[in-house]
Design a protein around this ligand. Structure first.
Ligand code: FAD
Ligand code: NAI
Length: 445
């Protein structure tokens, strides 16, 4: 009997398998498609390679600021595609090497759970003391007239484009929508963002999303909030998106419609009802140890519907392994850093001001434009905002600006250790670095 069988080899499944094996458990990992899951194959990694292509193009366009004259430059889309595929392949190979080196059993096939301690795959039955469901998520596509035109796609299709569109409408201004809108904007695509709610990036801190909206608009992206896509039509060989926006019907010409309206848990064809596993449309129900209501069956990552992030999926799995080994890991799931890889980057950890409504708290902001390194980099847009509670403990940090994705980890560590802000003020930041914005902001309390 195996100690652990994991269904799904995304960042939840494969990282947990490695972690479990390194801690002495006998593990089997089952994947029906490709190791790496959404993140590696059609999510984090391919989008971030495109992001860095877009950033390079952005930098090229700004070279005159640095006194470098470039008359013309050409973008080779074939190279962009090949580079992206090479990076994905290299990362998958790294995982496969670790799996092989550790002697983890990896089975290709679609698994089903036939009883609380029995998994079936390729006609074989594996008995397991513990089972983890790590089957991930899929795009949540909204139905509308014209959704079958071949210009309508989701985030998965857009990553295998042969040619880049000139005009794109992005439906949904969440994380995927804003990342894709700002990336394609730098590929000289005319981008329009359409969001159903009254703000873009709805769950983020109110000041951050306001600044993001202004900066996106300044870079040429058109934004319609409180707006809904009603239909896509074809007239005289051209496509138009009919968008109802604040009582008016807009007819927006486009050659690409990207649906970025959220993701739904994928139950991976598992018969949850037969097994008696409780779930809703948002995901499989779990407790703080990621246990389902059925003994020794756990669920981690996107399939639970709680914070769909790759690193969150991984740490969910670590928590399960610690539970199985009866060695509790004190992971704080209220302090999961997250990043929107748009231009500029946005990074956030902990609570927003909106969430603290009615509670005692103080905030401070520090602008990137006063930071010398940001000025050297010509990336002065943005700010850091810190929130401390009534006990002078940092409870939320929100950053928009250059290197936000790296800056967020220092404050995450401080928040984890619950260091008082006056003690935090004693920590020295080297000069000249972007990290000084953190030091300067904390000094203002
Ligand atoms: P998944 O990665 O979805 O993996 C689940 C795996 O289970 C799949 O490989 C699937 O084939 C397999 N499976 C399903 N059913 C079965 C079965 N019955 N038998 C065998 N195998 C099965 N997150 C970040 O943190 N940072 C980012 O920058 C980021 N960018 C993203 C960009 C895009 C465009 C998208 C779509 C997502 C992005 N995410 C990002 C989210 C991230 O990809 C997910 O949170 C993460 O992949 C979830 O991991 P998981 O292991 O839960 O599931
Ligand atoms: P999301 O939930 O972040 O955003 C979806 C947006 O679409 C919301 O703002 C919603 O109001 C809007 N919407 C829904 N229906 C609509 C309609 N009919 N018309 C107009 N707007 C509509 O989901 P998204 O962006 O698809 O991403 C899914 C998940 O993937 C995220 O929750 C995130 O966790 C993960 N992800 C993480 C990334 C990162 O960490 N950098 C990058 C990309 C995705």
């Amino acid at each position: 009997m195996k100690d652990l069988v994991i269904i799904g080899a995304g960042p939840g499944g494969f990282d947990t398998a490695i972690h479990a094996k390194e801690h002495g458990l006998d593990v089997t990992l089952i994947e029906r498609h490709k190791v790496g899951g959404t993140c590696l194959n059609v999510g984090c990694i391919p989008t971030k390679t495109l992001y860095h292509n877009a950033k390079t193009i952005k930098n090229m366009k700004e070279l005159d600021v640095f006194g470098v004259e470039v008359k013309d430059f050409k973008v080779n889309y074939e190279t962009i595609k090949t580079r992206k595929e090479t990076i994905v392949d290299n990362q998958i190979n790294n995982i496969l090497t670790s799996i092989k080196k550790l002697g983890i059993e990896l089975i290709e096939g679609e698994a089903s759970i036939i009883a609380p301690n029995k998994v079936e795959v390729n006609g074989e039955i594996i008995e397991a003391k513990n089972i983890i469901i790590a089957t991930g998520s899929v795009s949540r596509r909204i139905p509308f007239p014209g959704d079958d035109f071949d210009i309508v796609h989701d985030s998965e299709d857009i990553l295998s484009l042969e040619t880049f569109p000139k005009k794109m409408i992005v439906i949904g201004a969440g994380v995927i929508g804003c990342e894709m809108a700002t990336i394609f904007n730098h590929f000289d695509c005319e981008v329009t963002l359409v969001e159903y709610l009254d703000e873009i990036l709805p769950p983020l801190d109110k000041d951050i999303k306001k600044r993001a909206r202004n900066l996106y608009k300044r870079s040429g992206i058109k934004i319609y909030t409180k707006s809904v896509l009603k239909e896509v039509i074809k007239k005289d060989g051209k496509y138009f998106a009919l968008v109802e926006s604040k009582g008016k019907m807009l007819e927006l010409e486009t050659d690409y419609v990207l649906l970025a309206t959220g993701r739904a848990p994928s139950f991976g064809n598992l018969d949850l009802d037969k097994l008696g596993i409780e779930y809703t449309n948002s995901g499989i129900k779990v407790n703080d140890n990621f246990e389902t209501n059925v003994k020794s069956i756990y669920a981690i990552g996107d399939v639970t519907g709680i914070l769909m992030l790759a690193h969150k999926a991984t740490y969910d799995g670590y928590k399960v392994v610690s539970k199985i080994l009866e060695k509790d890991m004190a992971i704080n799931f209220n302090q999961v850093p997250s990043v929107v890889f748009s231009f500029p980057e946005i990074a956030t950890v902990g609570v927003t001001e909106q969430e603290l409504d009615g509670k005692e708290y103080r905030t401070n902001k520090y602008l990137f434009k006063t930071n010398a390194k940001a000025e050297c980099l010509n990336e002065t847009d943005g700010f850091i905002k810190m929130i401390v509670d009534g006990n002078d403990i940092l409870v939320g940090v929100h950053i928009i600006g250059a290197h936000a994705s790296d800056l967020i980890h220092e404050v995450t560590a401080i928040m984890y250790k619950k260091i008082n802000i006056y003690e935090y003020q004693n920590i020295i930041h080297a000069h000249p670095t972007i990290s000084e914005v953190v030091g300067e902001c904390i000094k203002k309390f």
